[in-house]
Design a binder for this molecule. Structure first.
Ligand code: AP5
Length: 219
């Protein structure tokens, strides 16, 4: 299966991808995680991305398309789920072209729909492990020991782009540049798009996603 998971910042894409990967054995490819790894490693790509990420804007398409095309080539037979990519109509069109070269296509698009006020609450409460990338929330998904990662004991951090001002910019960027990607897929007969209510609890959202994906797997 080749899946795209769309949704505003903080809609729960990373959280849901972990459950989807565990159930269907897909490779999770998060453009945001890859960019953060590049930044931590101090690569040229990471340095290029830094100012865009810190302000809540988008890294230029050509940089992202090349980075993600390289990652997709390493995907296993079972397939992949894309998280945070494509984020512009141009990125989506480039992805389609690149997959068509190997006679592939996106099988399904899962679109997490969420209200802006819910996003703001989720982002300000998010804590992440700088070591393994695990994601927590100070109210909804607490670690066993406060501020400490369950997996490796590392002290949790708040992502620098989760400050209220940057979250506001990220939401504006989402509405202006990424929402049109949903229509791109809805108008394109190659892929089926499922709108999912992501305002619900994480378990309920997972159940809605599994319902759609189980049908695809059985088809
Ligand atoms: P990226 O890392 O992709 O950020 P994002 O899309 O803004 O998404 P997030 O990771 O913030 O949120 P999420 O939807 O994964 O939510 P999560 O599961 O963590 O991108 C960062 C930056 O990189 C961008 O701003 C841009 O600059 C650049 N970039 C990346 N891709 C790019 C591209 N393709 N083109 C150009 N630039 C690009 O959940 C959030 C919190 O809520 C957590 O604390 C979680 O525990 C909690 N939570 C999750 N679900 C629920 C629920 N159902 N109920 C209650 N709490 C929940």
């Amino acid at each position: 299966m080749r899946i795209v998971l769309l949704g505003a910042p903080g809609a729960g894409k990373g959280t849901q991808c972990k459950h989807i990967v565990a159930r269907y054995g897909l490779l999770h490819l998060s453009s945001g995680d890859i960019l953060r790894q590049e930044r931590a490693a101090g690569t040229e790509l990471g340095k290029k991305a830094q100012s865009y990420m810190d302000s809540g804007g988008l890294v230029p398409d050509e940089v992202i398309v090349e980075m993600m095309a390289g990652a997709i080539k390493k995907a296993p037979e079972a397939g992949f789920i894309l998280d945070g990519f494509p984020r512009t109509v141009n990125q989506a069109a480039e992805l389609d072209k690149s997959l068509a070269c190997s006679r592939q296509k996106i099988d399904a698009v899962l679109n997490l729909e969420i209200d802006d006020e819910v996003v703001a609450r989720r982002m300000t409460g998010r804590r992440s492990c700088p070591q393994c990338g695990a994601v927590y929330h100070i109210e909804n998904l607490k670690p066993k020991v406060e501020e400490i990662c369950d997996n490796d004991g590392t002290r949790l951090i708040q992502r620098p782009d989760d400050s209220p001002e940057v979250v506001t910019n990220r939401l504006k960027t989402y509405h202006r540049q990424t929402e049109p990607v949903v229509d791109y897929y809805k108008n394109n007969n190659n892929s089926v798009v499922y709108d999912i209510d992501a305002n619900k609890d994480a378990d309920e959202v997972s159940a809605l996603l599994f319902e759609k994906l189980d049908v695809l797997v059985e088809a």
